[in-house]
Design a protein around this ligand. Structure first.
Ligand SMILES: Cc1cc2nc3c(=O)[nH]c(=O)nc-3n(C[C@H](O)[C@H](O)[C@H](O)COP(=O)(O)OP(=O)(O)OC[C@H]3O[C@@H](n4cnc5c(N)ncnc54)[C@H](O)[C@@H]3O)c2cc1C
Length: 374
C-alpha cells in the first residue's frame, strides 16, 4: 500500500480494496483478494472483547476453511469438537441431529475470540495492510472511495467492502436499504468452568423453546458454557429477563437447559443483550462496493450458519470484485442477486422452522406463525 500527500497534511494511503471489519467475512475476503494479488487495506478495531458469542461452527464450514487455508490452524488452536444439535422444539422430548453421519463430520465449539484473532493474523500475514480502528466516513469521489478512519488516516480505494456486521452502516451509506424481518434479541450469560473437577461434556448445542421465545446452550472449550435466552426486543421488559435472578430462575424452569447448568452456581454476574434478528442489505452490492457477512445477510442463531455465511460471502464477494476489475460489468450485480436469492431461501426455511413449534399462543410465537415478527 502506498502513502502519499503533501508534507504536513495527513498522508493518503492508496489500495485496490478497502475492507471495513475484521470478522470472519472481512478476513475471508481479504485472504482471497491478497492471494489474487490485490492491494488490500483492512480497517478493524484492535483487540477482542473478553468473550465473543457465536461459537458453534457447523461442519459445512470445512471446505470453506480448506479453501482459505485455515483448516490446519483451526486444529492447532484446539477448539472443541461439536457432534451436533439437540432440540426440544414442538414437543418436550429432545430430537437430535448428529453431524458425524453427515458428509463433513463433526463441527466445532469455538473459542470465538481466538478464532477471529487467527483470521485477522492470517489476513495480515497474507499481505493485507491492517489499520487499527473504525471506518468513520466513506465518500465516492472522482472514481474512487475516500475513506477516513477513527485514527485519522485517509485512505483511497477502488472498492469498499462492508464487513462491519449486521448494522451494515457502510452499505447503507452507499445506498442500500437494511431490510429487517424481526427484532429477535439474545440475553446472553457466560458460565465459567464449574468448580467440580470432572465435567462430562455433551459436545452438542441445545435449543429449547418456551412461551416467550427459546433458550440456547452450548459448551465452550475450557469447560465454560454459554446460555442465551432469545425473545423479541419489545417483549424484553415484560419478561424481566434482564434481571440475572429472573433469567437464572427461568433457565431452571426448563425441561433440559436446567440439566446442562446443574453444576453451576448462578446467576452469571453479567448478562449481555445482542441483536440476533434476520436482516439483509438490499442490494448487497453496487458500483464499487460490496457487503459481506452479516452486513449482507444476517441470520437467526437458530439456523447456526452465521459464520459459514460470513466465510462464503467473503469468498464470493472477493471473486466478484476481481471479475469486476477484469471488466465483467455484471459481476457485482450478480453477487447482489445471488445474495438476495440465498436470503429469500433462508427466510422460507426459517419460517417453516418456527411453524414447527405450535405449543404456545403467545405474542412471540403468534407473530411468527402469522409471518409478521417485525
Ligand atoms: C448471540 C449470537 C449468537 C450467535 N451464534 C452463532 C453460532 O452459534 N454459529 C454461527 O455460525 N453464528 C452465530 N452467530 C452469528 C455470527 O456470529 C455472525 O454471523 C458472524 O460473526 C458474522 O461475521 P461478520 O464478519 O459478518 O461480522 P462480525 O463477526 O460481526 O464482525 C464485524 C467486525 O466489524 C467491526 N466493525 C464494526 N464497525 C466497524 C467500522 N465502522 N469500521 C471497521 N470495523 C468495524 C466489528 O468490531 C467486528 O469486529 C451468532 C450471533 C450472535 C449475535
Amino acid at each position: 500500500m502506498n502513502s502519499s500527500g503533501p508534507s504536513g497534511s495527513a498522508s493518503v494511503g492508496r489500495c485496490d480494496v478497502l475492507i471495513a471489519g475484521g470478522g470472519p467475512a472481512g478476513c475471508a475476503a481479504a485472504l482471497a483478494l491478497v492471494r489474487a494479488g490485490a492491494r488490500v487495506a483492512l480497517v478493524a478495531p484492535m483487540g477482542t472483547p473478553d468473550w465473543r458469542v457465536g461459537e458453534s461452527l457447523a461442519p459445512d464450514a470445512r471446505p470453506l476453511l480448506q479453501r482459505l487455508g485455515m483448516l490446519d490452524r483451526l486444529a492447532a488452536d484446539r477448539h472443541a469438537p461439536c457432534y451436533g444439535n439437540q432440540a426440544a422444539w414442538g414437543r418436550d422430548a429432545l430430537t437430535a441431529v448428529d453431524y458425524r453421519f453427515g458428509p463433513y463430520g463433526e463441527g466445532w465449539h469455538l473459542d470465538r475470540s481466538r478464532f477471529d484473532a487467527a483470521f485477522l493474523e492470517a489476513a495480515r500475514a497474507g499481505g493485507a495492510c491492517w489499520h487499527s480502528g473504525h471506518v468513520r466516513g466513506a465518500q465516492w469521489q472522482h472514481g474512487h472511495w475516500q475513506i477516513t478512519t477513527g485514527g485519522g488516516s485517509v485512505l483511497q480505494a477502488g472498492y469498499l467492502v462492508d464487513a462491519t456486521g449486521r448494522a451494515a452502516r457502510l452499505a447503507r451509506r452507499a445506498g442500500a436499504t437494511l431490510i429487517r424481518s424481526d427484532r429477535l434479541i439474545a440475553v446472553a450469560g457466560l458460565l465459567g468452568p464449574p468448580r467440580t473437577k470432572k465435567v462430562e461434556w455433551e459436545r452438542t448445542s441445545l435449543v429449547e423453546s418456551t412461551g416467550w421465545g427459546w433458550w440456547y446452550n452450548a459448551p465452550l472449550p475450557g469447560g465454560g458454557r454459554v446460555v442465551m435466552a432469545m425473545t423479541d426486543a419489545d417483549l424484553l421488559a415484560g419478561s424481566h429477563l434482564l434481571d440475572p435472578g429472573v433469567w437464572w430462575a427461568q433457565a431452571h424452569r426448563t425441561g433440559h437447559v436446567r440439566d446442562r447448568i446443574a453444576r453451576w452456581k448462578g446467576p452469571p454476574r453479567r448478562l449481555r443483550v445482542l441483536a440476533v434478528g434476520s436482516s439483509c442489505a438490499s442490494p448487497a452490492a453496487g458500483p464499487g462496493w460490496v457487503a459481506v457477512g452479516d452486513a449482507a445477510t444476517a441470520t437467526d442463531p437458530l439456523a447456526a450458519r452465521g459464520i459459514v455465511s460470513a466465510l462464503a460471502t467473503g469468498l464470493v464477494a472477493a471473486r466478484a470484485i476481481l471479475a469486476d476489475r477484469a471488466g465483467d460489468t455484471d459481476a457485482l450485480a450478480a453477487y447482489a442477486r445471488r445474495t438476495t436469492a440465498i436470503h429469500a431461501e433462508y427466510l422460507r426455511a426459517h419460517a417453516a422452522q418456527y411453524r414447527r413449534e405450535q405449543r404456545w399462543d403467545t405474542p412471540f410465537w403468534g407473530r411468527r406463525h402469522q409471518g409478521a415478527a417485525e
